[in-house]
Design a protein around this ligand. Structure first.
Ligand code: NAI
Length: 246
């Protein structure tokens, strides 16, 4: 099934990244779970993959560090000999109003959410060329399209990621590598669990489907985008947000 394809998922041990890792493994791909610091969490996800009959491994790396990602690529190629799919999922928020946001808050979010995707794509896409095709999916956000109070850094990073997606789609199409972005709305994960109840209620009132999304729902969309059925889709941003943005 899926020709023994190999997928790299950054931030693959929890939340949306975990759901994507499980979905990819269930569909027969071998999954490299890239995690930043919580090894136990990554091992738990790997165990879940194995209990589903899937194959994977865990790789500690910080997506903002070239040498870390170079090492992941080396190890994945030694282990499995190929890379077919890259999911740039790792991301953080550091919400503050503009006049309270310092340079460090800005840099950390831009480095992780935008530069991290550049580093991974730059180092990994070249290894897709010899397979005659490749799939890259960037996990952006509707906030990159509509902006949000207290999220100027995150909005800029995710808007940047959308532009990056389109440029890469144009550059890499000659090698049959598709590059798309998925823009989730509010998804129930640890990232959103920290939100104030009053803020959650306000967001809910703006979502036509009347609920937050599930990580598994995002993962199903990603699964479609990496499949052969999505071979003619590239450079697109697909919202998955219960109708929040339309
Ligand atoms: P999460 O906080 O549960 O997961 C983020 C993952 O990224 C964690 O595993 C974290 O360790 C990893 N990570 C962070 N910095 C890293 C680094 N420097 N190197 C390697 N890994 C790193 O959050 P969630 O909700 O699963 O988010 C996943 C992606 O989806 C993020 O890019 C987020 O911006 C995006 N997103 C989430 C939404 C939501 O409502 N939860 C909505 C729209 C987009």
């Amino acid at each position: 099934m899926n020709d023994g394809q190999v997928a790299i998922v950054t931030g693959g041990s929890r939340g949306i990244g975990k759901a994507i890792s499980l979905e990819l493994a269930s569909s027969g791909r071998r999954v490299a779970i890239v995690y930043k610091s919580n090894r136990d969490r990554a091992l738990e996800t790997l165990k879940e993959i194995e209990s589903l009959g899937g194959e994977g491994d865990i790789f500690q790396a910080d997506v903002t560090k070239w040498t870390d990602i170079e090492e992941v690529v080396k190890r994945v190629l030694t282990k499995w000999g190929r890379i077919d799919i890259l999911i740039n999922n790792a991301g953080i928020t550091k919400d503050k109003l503009l006049f309270k946001m310092d340079e460090e808050d800005w840099d950390e979010v831009l480095d992780t959410d935008l530069k991290g995707a550049f580093i991974c794509t730059r180092l990994i896409a070249r290894h897709m060329i010899k397979n005659g095709e490749g799939r890259i999916v960037n996990i952006a956000s509707v906030i990159g399209e509509i902006g949000n109070i207290g999220q100027s850094n995150y909005s800029a990073a995710k808007a940047g990621l959308i532009g990056f997606t389109k440029a890469c789609a144009k550059e890499l199409s000659r090698w049959n590598i598709t590059v798309n972005a998925v823009a989730p709305g509010y998804i129930d994960t640890e990232m959103t669990s920290i939100l104030d109840e009053s803020i959650k209620k306000e967001y809910l009132s703006r979502i036509p489907l009347g609920r937050f999304g599930k990580a598994e729902e995002v993962a199903k969309l990603v699964l479609f985008l990496v499949s052969k059925d999505a071979s003619y889709i590239t450079g697109q941003v697909i919202n998955i947000d219960g109708g929040l943005v339309m």
